[in-house]
Design a protein around this ligand. Structure first.
Ligand code: NAP
Length: 295
């Protein structure tokens, strides 16, 4: 239980969600299967442009690498510039130089505006926004959960996708040819909460509302919006679950994790579709994860 709680300061603004040094290296288990990525090269137009938030680690980093390999121009963002540069270097290894790295806090409106302006200035258009940046929370009773922690989780997991969606929708509607795709990284916690996850589950449930409204409002403009709701995936955010995760009946048991490439491959399937085809929702999780019924 202590492991799951962490300290409150860990969840306040500015805290990194993945330990320094936890950078996957080529050949590691987390790298995307090259044969698999090669298959996607035939599915995506080489001139397409993507923005990925939370690309300094985990799912965002590996999605950036896969899109780069598939010939996309990729704008990557997160707060930690060094870790972001490492992602960019990993893309260079894959011989893709069409990458712009912009470090900043995605919850800040001025930064979000400059991110999209710079993207258009450099690459001329936008085809995909992957709202991926996110954070979890300390699992403590609501009586002890400071408002600042709750708001911080909401800011990263909900306000930031709102700010980015706002900018992307403007571009998608006005560019020629018009249209585009947004993928929101939700969670199975958008469907069923973990114990003591007030902030995280609230943010992810609310994200579903943003996803559905965006899909509805985007329809006349050939703009599509997907929510990918994933279960335990091997990243800095979730690795602690393999040691032990609090269950609804009070037990703490280790939960299985899946390799990040399964998430990325699912995302690459969606981005390979034309904009007149939508995937509204996708749930991907380890088969043995105690999710259905949360037990
Ligand atoms: N891993 C799982 O099992 C799992 C399960 C369900 C859902 N998800 C969702 O998947 C998404 C990605 O998670 P992950 O597992 O890849 O986590 P991760 O490895 O911890 O990566 C989180 C990313 O978000 C960025 N970020 C956090 N706060 C930010 C801020 N204020 N401004 C800009 N960037 C910020 C981090 O970058 P900096 O620290 O450099 O800013 C990092 O790049 C999240 O939305 C998460 O909720 C993950």
């Amino acid at each position: 239980m202590e492991d799951l709680k962490g300290s409150i300061s860990e969840w306040l603004p500015g805290k990194q969600s993945e330990p320094e040094g936890a950078v996957p290296v080529p050949g590691s288990r987390n790298l995307i299967n090259r044969a698999c990525v090669a298959r996607f090269c035939t599915m995506a137009a080489p001139t397409k442009v993507a923005i990925i938030t939370g690309a300094s680690a985990g799912i965002g980093r590996h999605t950036a690498i896969a899109l780069g390999e598939a010939g996309w121009k990729v704008v990557i963002t997160a707060r930690r510039s060094e870790a972001l540069e490492e992602t960019k270097d990993m893309m260079k290894i894959l011989e893709n130089k069409n990458c712009l790295a912009m470090a900043g806090d995605i919850t800040q409106e001025t930064f979000v505006k400059s991110l999209f302006e710079e993207t258009i200035q450099i690459f001329g258009r936008l085809d995909l926004l992957f709202n991926n940046a996110g954070m979890f929370q300390p699992q403590i009773p609501i009586e002890n959960l400071p408002l600042e922690v709750f708001q911080n989780v909401i800011n990263v997991n909900l306000i930031a996708p709102f700010l980015c969606t706002q900018q992307a929708m403007r571009i998608f509607k006005s560019q020629s040819p018009s249209g585009g795709r947004i993928i929101n990284n939700g969670s199975v916690s958008a469907q069923v909460p973990r114990p003591l996850s007030y902030a995280y589950s609230s943010s992810k449930h609310a994200l579903t509302g943003l996803t559905k409204t965006t899909a509805l409002e985007g329809r006349p403009f050939n703009i599509t919006c997907t929510q990918i709701n994933i279960g335990n995936t091997e990243t800095g955010l979730a690795n602690r679950l393999a040691q032990g995760a609090l269950q609804a009946d009070g037990r703490i048991i280790p939960e299985p994790l899946m390799d990040v490439r399964h998430v990325v491959n699912s995302i690459m399937h969606v981005v390979g579709l034309p904009n007149d085809v939508s995937v509204l929702e996708m749930t991907v999780l380890p088969t043995q994860m105690p999710f259905i019924g949360r037990g």
